[in-house]
Design a protein. Structure first.
Length: 462
């Protein structure tokens, strides 16, 4: 079938829109995840700095409290002076208050001039905002038995400045993350969709040209896309095989129908030229036989096609193999007796298989029919059934002339008839039907043969 639709240009059509969705989802997930990590990092840093400042204030308050308890206000003032002269640490607010608001000592850096320390309430931990409202003073207090209140505080200005710089860095990092996410999404999408585009290209070429020779390249990575490509190639191989089989079957049907149709025409012409009523009757009988043969051929071909394409309906149930074999043996007992061919069975007791009883009976009937037909007088045909290796095996063995080596690979083909079989009347579809039905059951059908000694047809069912 020809398809004249113009191919979509790259980046447009369903594939392009699908690629944009993949890129967008990748970028969104990547950016959101990365920004979440950045935000978590900032929060952890801010919490760590806050905890560090608080520990500095508390540890300093504890140290100065010990000094005051040992030597009073002079010892505390001396400790504060030594700390400030060392310059090893940031200067802190140190305030000693007695009574309601009488300040005995106040040591504070000039950066704290914007804070009204008189508003401190003397809580264990409290915060005081500057008059300008730009920073906070975190203060810890300790009260002594004599009513003296010692307060140590630290401004958050340095911490806020550090966090502001870190936020600026994170802003740049966030922009880079967005850019990387978009670029990465485009790269990943292009790499991911490349096999799909190759698959679409192959399908489009097949649709446009009608040729099934194109195959999708499979990469060595063997990921899900490559698995899809492999399945697509296998499907094309299967379709090609079926189409070739169909063409061959049609050629064979046309060839095999020519003879009965020619015979029908000849019989009809002779009947028309004759005035004998008996000749007319014989012509009608012959025509009826030929039409029945043609209908049987077409029905068998339809059944084989249904089985091979998976459209055959199977009524599966637990089937007693011995009972089926017994029915088939009884059906062909008279024919075998007329040909003086021994026909027997040896089936394991209680052998059961899940199958369609009618179709299984049809399979065994075809095999037994062929075996009896091609076994000479005084020969034998034996049907055996056993279970082993998890499968049920049924063998139909004969002592006939066997199958020629050059015929053996083709006996399962539709309408194929070997040199020996051409001496017998038949359609050439029996073995094709056998394999198709067994395959539809999920089993296998094989044959082993030695010219002059006979053949064994084996079917295996799970």
């Amino acid at each position: 079938m020809q398809n004249n639709a113009a191919p979509m240009p790259p980046g447009k059509g369903p594939t392009g829109r699908f690629g944009l969705r993949i890129a967008a989802w990748y970028a969104v997930v990547f950016v959101i995840t990365s920004l979440a990590v950045v935000a978590l990092t900032y929060w952890l840093l801010a919490a760590s700095l806050e905890e560090r400042d608080r520990q500095i204030v508390i540890s300093t308050l504890k140290e100065y409290s010990e000094r005051y308890a040992e030597g009073g206000l002079p010892a505390l003032a001396n400790a504060v002076e030594i700390e400030q002269r060392s310059g090893l640490h940031e200067r802190l607010l140190v305030r000693v208050v007695r009574g309601a608001s009488e300040t005995f000592m106040l040591s504070a850096p000039s950066t704290l001039d914007d804070f009204d320390v008189s508003r401190l309430q003397g809580l264990d931990l409290e915060q005081l905002r500057s008059d300008s409202g730009t920073s906070l003073l975190e203060v810890a207090s300790a009260k002594f038995p004599d009513g003296t209140l010692l307060q140590v505080g630290k401004s958050t200005e340095n911490r806020e400045e550090l966090l502001a710089r870190f936020r600026a860095v994170l802003a740049i990092v966030s922009l880079l993350i967005v850019a990387i996410g978009l670029a990465g999404g485009a790269i990943v999408t292009r790499s991911t969709l490349q096999p799909i585009r190759r698959l679409i290209s192959a399908v489009r070429n097949i649709s446009r040209t009608g040729k099934l020779e194109d195959r999708v390249p499979v990469r060595p990575q063997r990921d899900a896309i490559d698995e899809l490509s492999m399945l697509f190639n296998e499907m094309l191989d299967r379709i090609t095989t079926l189409m070739r089989g169909r063409e061959q079957a049609l050629d064979n049907v046309a060839h095999d129908l020519r003879t009965p149709m020619t015979r029908l025409r000849g019989v009809a012409e002779r009947a028309l030229q004759s005035d004998d009523p008996r000749a007319h009757r014989e012509a009608l009988v012959t025509g009826l036989e030929e039409s029945e043969r043609i209908l049987a051929m077409l029905t068998s071909l339809m059944d084989i096609s249904e089985a091979e394409t998976g459209a055959m309906r199977l009524e599966l149930s637990q089937v007693d193999v011995a009972a089926i074999v017994s029915d088939v043996i009884e059906l062909y007992a008279d024919v075998a007796e007329d040909k003086r061919v021994g026909l027997s069975s040896d089936v394991e007791p209680g052998l059961v298989v899940r199958a369609d009883a009618q179709r299984l009976r049809q399979v065994l009937a075809n095999l037994v029919d062929n075996a009896v037909k091609y076994t000479p007088p005084e020969g034998r045909v034996t049907v055996t059934g056993r279970r082993g290796d998890g499968v049920v095996r049924i063998d139909v063995t004969d002592t006939g002339a066997g199958i020629a080596p050059h015929d053996l690979p083709h006996i399962w083909d539709r309408l194929y008839r070997g040199d020996q079989s051409r001496t017998e009347r038949g359609l050439g579809l029996g073995l094709s039907m056998v394999r198709a039905i067994v395959t539809a059951h999920g089993g296998t059908a094989d044959v082993s043969s030695e010219p002059g000694k006979g053949s064994t047809f084996t079917i295996r069912l799970k």
